[in-house]
Design a protein around this ligand. Structure first.
Ligand SMILES: [Zn+2]
Ligand SMILES: [Zn+2]
Length: 234
């Protein structure tokens, strides 16, 4: 009854096309069919989709060593998903977290089982950004994912020290510099041996690597990641 009333007052809309949804629907049926998920073959390290089956790693992962152990992306970085993530981050569409978390849990269920991690940690935003935006988008996804898969979420161990500049336009080396020592561990994380980091977009992996470095320096032995979207591998 209350749920129905809430849905009349605040209609639930499809995150992709904006159509009004039924109660408990996270996405309309036609958009659900059209969404592009990351499919095999994928890079064994970063999870980017590859062109050919015989290839084990993408070009990036062949060239550069990552600090993290391995990870997975859920959606291909298409215009639909780009817009959806943009609205989620900058237009206060926090409601999309349910849809994102559910899809992440559904697509990565085998990996989560296999990784057998102790905790899910969202990639943090800086304090300034948190205050300005009012939330950390990765944390909202991580919370929903945790609800779905049963691995606990901890948002009190990893912090972003300084407000790193937007990375979109930066080259790989510049990105690395920008992130250097940007993450700190606020509390003893030794109790966690295996960690899953959660973020919204994976590009070069430098953000995940920096988080993994901070965690591993503090005694974590395995760092995996799940990213809502990821580009194609070459
Ligand atoms: Zn739709
Ligand atoms: Zn790769």
């Amino acid at each position: 009854m209350l749920e129905r009333l809430v849905s009349i007052l605040y209609p639930n809309v499809c995150p992709i096309c904006g159509k009004t949804l039924k109660i408990k629907e996270l996405l309309c049926k036609s958009c659900d069919k059209q969404l592009e998920y990351i499919k095999e073959p994928i890079c064994k390290k970063c999870g980017k989709q590859l062109e050919i089956d015989e290839q084990e790693y993408c070009g990036d992962c062949k060239k550069y060593m990552h600090v993290y152990d391995s990870g997975l992306g859920i959606f291909a970085y298409t215009d639909d998903i780009k817009k959806c993530i943009y609205d989620f981050k900058y237009n206060d569409m926090k409601i999309y977290a349910k849809f994102f978390g559910a899809k992440m849990a559904e697509r990565s269920v085998d990996y989560i089982k296999h990784w057998d991690a102790d905790v899910i940690i969202p990639v943090p935003v800086s304090k300034e950004k948190y205050v300005k935006r009012g939330y950390n988008q990765a944390e909202l996804i991580a919370k929903e994912l945790s609800k779905q898969c049963g691995v606990p979420m901890d948002n009190k161990v990893l912090y972003r020290k300084k407000n790193t500049k937007p990375q979109k336009e930066m080259k790989r080396e510049a990105r690395k510099k920008n992130l250097e020592k940007a993450f700190i561990i606020s509390r003893n994380v030794v109790k966690y041996k295996k960690v899953i980091l959660v973020d919204d977009i994976y590009t070069t992996g430098s953000t995940i690597d920096e988080c993994a470095l901070a965690l591993k320096e503090a005694g974590v032995s395995k760092v995996y990641f799940l990213s809502l979207s990821i580009g194609a591998g070459v």
